[in-house]
Design a protein around this ligand. Structure first.
Ligand code: DQA
Length: 157
Protein backbone atom coordinates (compact mmCIF):
# COMPACT_ATOMS: atom_id res chain seq x y z
CA UNK A 1 0.00 0.00 0.00
CA UNK A 2 1.47 3.45 -0.84
CA UNK A 3 2.32 5.34 2.34
CA UNK A 4 1.47 8.95 3.09
CA UNK A 5 4.45 10.43 4.96
CA UNK A 6 2.21 12.99 6.67
CA UNK A 7 -0.19 10.38 8.00
CA UNK A 8 1.46 7.48 9.89
CA UNK A 9 -0.91 4.54 10.24
CA UNK A 10 -0.87 1.01 11.61
CA UNK A 11 0.28 -1.68 9.15
CA UNK A 12 -2.67 -3.53 7.62
CA UNK A 13 -2.61 -7.29 7.09
CA UNK A 14 -5.04 -9.53 5.25
CA UNK A 15 -5.56 -13.19 6.21
CA UNK A 16 -7.14 -15.39 3.53
CA UNK A 17 -8.54 -18.83 4.25
CA UNK A 18 -9.21 -21.13 1.30
CA UNK A 19 -11.82 -23.79 0.57
CA UNK A 20 -13.40 -25.93 3.28
CA UNK A 21 -11.79 -23.94 6.08
CA UNK A 22 -15.26 -22.57 6.83
CA UNK A 23 -15.92 -26.13 8.08
CA UNK A 24 -13.22 -26.01 10.76
CA UNK A 25 -14.46 -27.39 14.04
CA UNK A 26 -16.42 -30.19 12.44
CA UNK A 27 -14.09 -30.97 9.51
CA UNK A 28 -11.75 -33.90 10.27
CA UNK A 29 -11.01 -32.64 13.81
CA UNK A 30 -8.29 -35.28 14.26
CA UNK A 31 -6.34 -33.41 11.54
CA UNK A 32 -7.49 -29.81 11.83
CA UNK A 33 -8.46 -29.57 15.51
CA UNK A 34 -11.73 -28.48 17.05
CA UNK A 35 -11.51 -24.69 16.79
CA UNK A 36 -14.10 -23.10 14.50
CA UNK A 37 -12.96 -20.57 11.90
CA UNK A 38 -14.62 -17.77 13.90
CA UNK A 39 -12.43 -18.74 16.89
CA UNK A 40 -9.29 -18.84 14.72
CA UNK A 41 -10.13 -15.38 13.37
CA UNK A 42 -10.86 -14.03 16.87
CA UNK A 43 -7.41 -15.23 18.06
CA UNK A 44 -5.74 -13.65 14.99
CA UNK A 45 -7.58 -10.36 15.64
CA UNK A 46 -6.54 -10.39 19.33
CA UNK A 47 -2.89 -10.99 18.36
CA UNK A 48 -3.05 -8.17 15.80
CA UNK A 49 -4.51 -5.81 18.43
CA UNK A 50 -1.67 -6.72 20.81
CA UNK A 51 0.85 -5.99 18.03
CA UNK A 52 -0.81 -2.68 17.15
CA UNK A 53 -1.61 -3.68 13.59
CA UNK A 54 -4.89 -4.05 11.74
CA UNK A 55 -6.06 -7.32 10.22
CA UNK A 56 -8.92 -8.40 7.96
CA UNK A 57 -9.75 -12.12 7.84
CA UNK A 58 -11.66 -13.60 4.89
CA UNK A 59 -12.62 -17.09 3.72
CA UNK A 60 -13.81 -18.35 0.35
CA UNK A 61 -14.44 -21.68 -1.29
CA UNK A 62 -13.88 -20.08 -4.72
CA UNK A 63 -10.52 -19.81 -6.47
CA UNK A 64 -11.41 -16.63 -8.41
CA UNK A 65 -12.60 -14.88 -5.26
CA UNK A 66 -9.34 -15.71 -3.46
CA UNK A 67 -7.38 -14.35 -6.45
CA UNK A 68 -9.41 -11.12 -6.37
CA UNK A 69 -8.65 -10.75 -2.67
CA UNK A 70 -4.92 -11.32 -3.28
CA UNK A 71 -5.02 -8.49 -5.86
CA UNK A 72 -6.95 -6.30 -3.44
CA UNK A 73 -4.46 -6.99 -0.65
CA UNK A 74 -1.61 -6.05 -2.99
CA UNK A 75 -3.28 -2.70 -3.70
CA UNK A 76 -4.53 -1.85 -0.22
CA UNK A 77 -2.66 -3.83 2.48
CA UNK A 78 0.92 -4.20 3.69
CA UNK A 79 1.18 -7.96 4.14
CA UNK A 80 -0.74 -11.17 3.45
CA UNK A 81 -1.21 -14.46 5.28
CA UNK A 82 -2.78 -17.17 3.17
CA UNK A 83 -3.91 -20.71 3.78
CA UNK A 84 -4.80 -21.75 0.22
CA UNK A 85 -6.08 -25.12 1.54
CA UNK A 86 -6.70 -27.54 -1.35
CA UNK A 87 -5.68 -24.89 -3.92
CA UNK A 88 -2.14 -25.13 -2.51
CA UNK A 89 -1.69 -28.31 -4.50
CA UNK A 90 -3.64 -27.46 -7.66
CA UNK A 91 -3.92 -23.75 -8.44
CA UNK A 92 -1.46 -22.29 -10.95
CA UNK A 93 -3.72 -19.23 -11.08
CA UNK A 94 -3.51 -18.56 -7.34
CA UNK A 95 0.25 -19.20 -7.46
CA UNK A 96 0.50 -16.62 -10.28
CA UNK A 97 -1.41 -14.07 -8.18
CA UNK A 98 0.99 -14.62 -5.25
CA UNK A 99 4.02 -14.43 -7.56
CA UNK A 100 2.91 -10.95 -8.67
CA UNK A 101 2.55 -9.59 -5.11
CA UNK A 102 4.54 -6.51 -4.15
CA UNK A 103 3.81 -7.04 -0.44
CA UNK A 104 5.24 -9.92 1.65
CA UNK A 105 3.12 -13.04 2.09
CA UNK A 106 3.31 -16.05 4.40
CA UNK A 107 1.62 -19.37 3.67
CA UNK A 108 0.09 -21.20 6.63
CA UNK A 109 -1.24 -24.75 6.98
CA UNK A 110 -2.86 -26.06 10.12
CA UNK A 111 -1.62 -29.59 9.44
CA UNK A 112 1.88 -30.83 8.64
CA UNK A 113 1.67 -31.53 4.92
CA UNK A 114 4.79 -33.73 5.02
CA UNK A 115 3.10 -36.07 7.48
CA UNK A 116 0.18 -36.57 5.09
CA UNK A 117 -0.33 -38.23 1.71
CA UNK A 118 2.21 -37.44 -1.03
CA UNK A 119 -0.34 -35.42 -3.05
CA UNK A 120 -0.06 -32.80 -0.27
CA UNK A 121 3.74 -32.64 -0.34
CA UNK A 122 3.73 -30.24 -3.29
CA UNK A 123 2.77 -26.62 -2.80
CA UNK A 124 2.41 -24.56 -5.98
CA UNK A 125 1.87 -21.45 -3.90
CA UNK A 126 4.54 -21.68 -1.18
CA UNK A 127 7.45 -20.74 -3.44
CA UNK A 128 5.89 -17.30 -3.92
CA UNK A 129 5.72 -16.55 -0.21
CA UNK A 130 8.45 -15.33 2.15
CA UNK A 131 7.94 -18.52 4.15
CA UNK A 132 5.59 -21.38 4.96
CA UNK A 133 4.41 -22.38 8.45
CA UNK A 134 2.74 -25.78 8.79
CA UNK A 135 1.64 -28.29 11.38
CA UNK A 136 1.31 -25.83 14.27
CA UNK A 137 -2.46 -25.29 14.09
CA UNK A 138 -3.65 -21.82 15.14
CA UNK A 139 -0.11 -20.91 16.29
CA UNK A 140 0.99 -20.95 12.64
CA UNK A 141 -1.27 -17.98 11.86
CA UNK A 142 -0.10 -16.12 14.97
CA UNK A 143 3.56 -16.69 14.10
CA UNK A 144 2.90 -15.50 10.54
CA UNK A 145 1.34 -12.22 11.61
CA UNK A 146 4.10 -11.67 14.21
CA UNK A 147 6.71 -12.18 11.47
CA UNK A 148 4.97 -9.74 9.12
CA UNK A 149 4.49 -7.18 11.87
CA UNK A 150 8.22 -7.24 12.74
CA UNK A 151 9.27 -7.23 9.10
CA UNK A 152 7.05 -4.29 8.23
CA UNK A 153 8.27 -2.34 11.28
CA UNK A 154 11.88 -3.02 10.27
CA UNK A 155 11.21 -1.87 6.70
CA UNK A 156 9.25 1.25 7.72
CA UNK A 157 10.95 4.50 6.64
C1 DQA B 1 -4.59 -27.34 4.75
C2 DQA B 1 -3.89 -28.55 4.12
C3 DQA B 1 -4.41 -28.82 2.72
O1 DQA B 1 -3.74 -29.94 2.15
C4 DQA B 1 -5.89 -29.12 2.77
O2 DQA B 1 -6.41 -29.31 1.46
C5 DQA B 1 -6.66 -28.10 3.52
C6 DQA B 1 -6.09 -27.50 4.73
C7 DQA B 1 -4.14 -27.10 6.21
O3 DQA B 1 -4.41 -26.02 6.72
O4 DQA B 1 -3.57 -28.00 6.83
O5 DQA B 1 -7.79 -27.80 3.19
O6 DQA B 1 -4.22 -26.18 4.01
Amino acid sequence: MPSDPGQPRAPALVVLHGPNLDRLGSREPEIYGTLRLSEVDAAIEAEARALGISVTCRQSNHEGQLIEWVHEADDHADGLVVNPAGYTHTSVALADALAALRIPAVEVHLSNLYARNSMRHTSLTGAHCAGVVMGLGLDGYLLAIRYLSRRLAAEAP
